[in-house]
Design a protein around this ligand. Structure first.
Ligand code: SAM
Length: 359
């Protein structure tokens, strides 16, 4: 089904339309780059598979994302978080070209196979969105009309016990989105100093019992290394009481995942890079799932959308050298009640959108 688009960013559409669509580079150098970035994954030349594909991930705020990015024919979108390819599929169905980036080989293989009918307009690339400038340069793309980052992990990653994100089913304590990374949740839990764990449980997990949780972990690992997700969940449960329907280990698991994947650092870098790769009128859309991420995106967008800065010690306001964005809405957009009802994962989602002013 193609969702009709009602673009509300006329300015963005106008500028992108005048410039015309970008075309994916198909030269040997780009192909070689793709092969190297896809090492270890299913490959961007899609592999054969039966027609049945398992559920992977339900795209969040699909209508809002389509309205913001208006991925019409001739537009070039960089989807920094390809996942199961849900958002990318909508972009492709509406006529856009998409470079779909994910650091997870499994996601790339899955989305690549699922969207193989669009292979003339769709390029899956293995990489970190913090390197979107290099990724795009590697495939011969200079500027894009839209950047999407739908942060965090996919339902598939969360639910697949072997990936080590789940506190409901047992699996190795891993939590790496990119299996080429050397540092895993196992290393963090068994090797980090107590104070460092307290800091991330507080900062990334907003866990009130951060001290107790870290102390329990240190106590447990003195007896034997903590190797599995259920072992860790059991240890955390001793320190954090069960409140409402939430699993007591939810916040600690979230904090460890963020630290293992350096999610805050890469988001900060990616936001800056998005300014570099967006053409005039290009749209940045970011979906966040916790307040820390949302705060970072909000501050970034504010900083770049304020034309003048004023300080008490200055005689008059000065031009802001970072001014390059305009915000269609200063507030974050929340999912509809209907969406939250059908997809509880959307509950904490917030979408922020910015439009690049000049190239
Ligand atoms: C929430 S899912 C995206 C779902 C996708 N929008 C869809 O509709 O299917 C997030 C995906 O982004 C990937 N990811 C998260 N951080 C990333 C990063 N820094 N660079 C590249 N991929 C990342 C994860 O591996 C995961 O597959």
């Amino acid at each position: 089904m193609i969702i009709p688009i009602k673009p509300w960013l006329d300015r963005a559409n106008g500028a992108a339309g005048q410039r015309g669509g970008l075309v994916l580079a198909a030269d040997a150098e780009a192909e070689e780059f793709m092969r190297s970035t896809m090492r270890g994954s299913a490959g961007w030349k899609h592999q054969e598979e039966g027609n049945r594909m398992e559920f992977y991930h339900q795209p969040i705020m699909a209508k809002e994302i389509l309205a913001a990015l208006a991925p019409l024919e001739g537009k070039q979108i960089f989807d920094g978080t390809l996942g199961g390819g849900g958002h990318t599929e909508l972009f492709l169905q509406n006529g856009a070209h998409v470079v779909g980036c994910d650091q997870d080989a499994e996601a790339l293989g899955y989305a690549g196979r699922r969207l193989s009918q669009f292979q003339d307009r769709f390029l899956p690339v293995r990489g970190n969105f913090a390197e979107m400038d290099k990724i795009l340069e590697g495939v011969g793309i200079d500027r894009v009309d839209g950047v999407l980052m739908d942060l965090g992990v996919s339902s598939h990653q969360l639910d697949e016990p072997s990936r080590g994100f789940s506190f409901r089913e047992d699996g190795p304590l891993d939590m790496r989105m990119d299996d080429r990374a050397e540092f895993s949740a196992r290393d963090l839990v068994n090797e980090w100093a107590e104070e460092d764990m307290i800091r991330i449980f507080r900062e990334y997990g907003e866990e009130k019992r951060a001290v107790r949780a870290a102390k329990e972990i240190v106590k447990a690992r003195q007896v034997a290394p903590i190797e599995t997700t259920l072992q860790l969940a059991g240890v955390v449960e001793k320190a954090v009481p069960r409140i409402s329907g939430k699993h007591p280990a939810t916040r600690v698991f979230q904090a460890i995942r963020i630290a293992v994947n350096r999610e805050m650092e890469v988001l900060e870098a990616a936001l800056d890079k998005s300014i570099q790769v967006l053409g005039e009128g290009g749209v940045l859309a970011v979906i966040t799932f916790h307040s820390l991420e949302d705060r970072m995106v909000k501050r970034f967008m504010r900083r770049h959308s304020t034309p003048f800065i004023d300080r008490p010690e200055w005689p008059e306001p000065r031009e802001n050298p970072d001014y390059c964005l305009t915000l269609p809405s200063r507030r974050a957009i929340a999912p509809s009640e209907a969406e939250v009802e059908t997809n509880p994962r959307a509950r904490s989602a917030k979408l922020r959108v910015a439009v690049k002013l000049e190239d």
